[in-house]
Design a protein around this ligand. Structure first.
Ligand code: SF4
Length: 312
């Protein structure tokens, strides 16, 4: 099966103890059966500690988070004690894989790194060249007709999104028009009300929503030449990651709108920062995108609720 990825993919590196929003905090991590068997075979003091911190009574075994929601194997230096004691190859599937995501076709796999990881967000948004897909593992690819057609249409969308002769706003209009989508326009404040109804992970997202809701509209406008390359990368990411699922659920138009609306929410928050402080750097934009990603795109319930709205 052919394996492809965005051209920046292989540059990803976890920043471990330097990470301010570690994925080892706040997420209950399931442990796959093979790794659980392996952990159960580990003896000695570390083996006892490992087993004592795994709950295996439910359907799927998982690490028991501590009261402060930290993984019990994350030490005070922000490093993973499983890696220190047993090596990276001892990680369970989820820990080994995160922040990667995958989309599967009949004879093709697409992989990438998710924006909820701060290192991935900075990597994605700081790319200067137009992002392209590269082949990581080559093989003859025999796809279903609808998959081949989907890839052609998606490439057409990327040609429009990466047209640097236009602003990103007008590129998104081109994409919507190409897809035959007529939007029911809503104000930023109306969008905030919609996002408020979604499942919540972290209160910091409320702070972002509050600031958009309470801002004068002029403060949500961003100068046309600010962050254009980063927003192009953001839209490439959302369309690469989320459009492929339309092959299963048929919600292509709604998913295109989800990508565009995600860009707009992040842009409004970025515009507020820019208009207040006179500048914005990639790290700040990446932090806004990270919060959005963790809250919205890592919750299938939240994505589905938004897709329903686009289909009303
Ligand atoms: S969120 Fe990303 S950078 Fe931070 S610990 Fe997890 S994989 Fe590493």
């Amino acid at each position: 099966m052919k394996l492809v990825a965005p051209d920046y993919y292989e540059q990803f590196k976890c920043i471990a103890d330097k990470c301010r929003h570690s994925c080892c905090i706040g997420w209950e991590i399931d442990i796959d059966a093979d790794t659980l068997d392996y952990y159960n075979s580990i003896g000695g003091e570390f083996g006892e500690r490992l087993k004592a911190n795994i709950a295996a009574d439910g359907e799927t075994a998982h690490f028991c988070l501590k009261e402060d929601e930290r993984c019990p194997l994350l030490n005070e230096k922000g490093l993973c004690d499983i890696i220190i004691n047993l090596g990276t190859e001892a990680l369970c599937q989820i820990c080994d894989d995160h922040p990667r995501y995958r989309n599967f076709y009949s004879d093709r796999e697409e992989i990438g790194v998710g924006m909820s990881c701060e290192a991935a967000a900075v990597l994605i948004l700081s790319q200067q060249k137009k992002t392209q897909l590269v082949t990581l593992f080559d093989a003859d690819e025999v796809l279903w007709d609808e998959e081949s057609e989907f890839l052609k249409i998606r490439q057409k969308l990327w040609d429009l999104l990466q047209n640097r002769k236009k602003t990103v706003d007008s590129r998104t209009e081109d994409v919507l028009a190409y897809c035959g989508i007529t939007e029911r326009k809503k104000t930023p404040q109306q969008w905030v009300q919609i996002y408020r109804r979604l499942e919540r992970l972290d209160n910091v997202w409320d702070t972002v929503l509050d600031s958009i809701e309470n801002a004068e509209n002029a403060l949500l406008e961003l100068k046309e030449d600010v962050l254009q390359t980063a927003f192009e990368q953001l839209l490439h990411y959302f369309t690469y990651r989320h459009l492929a699922d339309s092959l299963d659920d048929g919600r292509f138009a709604a998913r295109v709108q989800f990508a565009v609306q995600s860009y707009r929410m992040i842009k409004w928050a970025a515009a507020l920062h820019f208009n207040r402080y006179g500048s914005i750097d990639i790290e700040t934009l990446a932090e806004i995108a990270r919060i959005y990603s963790a809250e919205i795109e890592y919750s299938t319930d939240n994505i589905d609720a938004l897709l329903d709205i686009f289909e009303e």
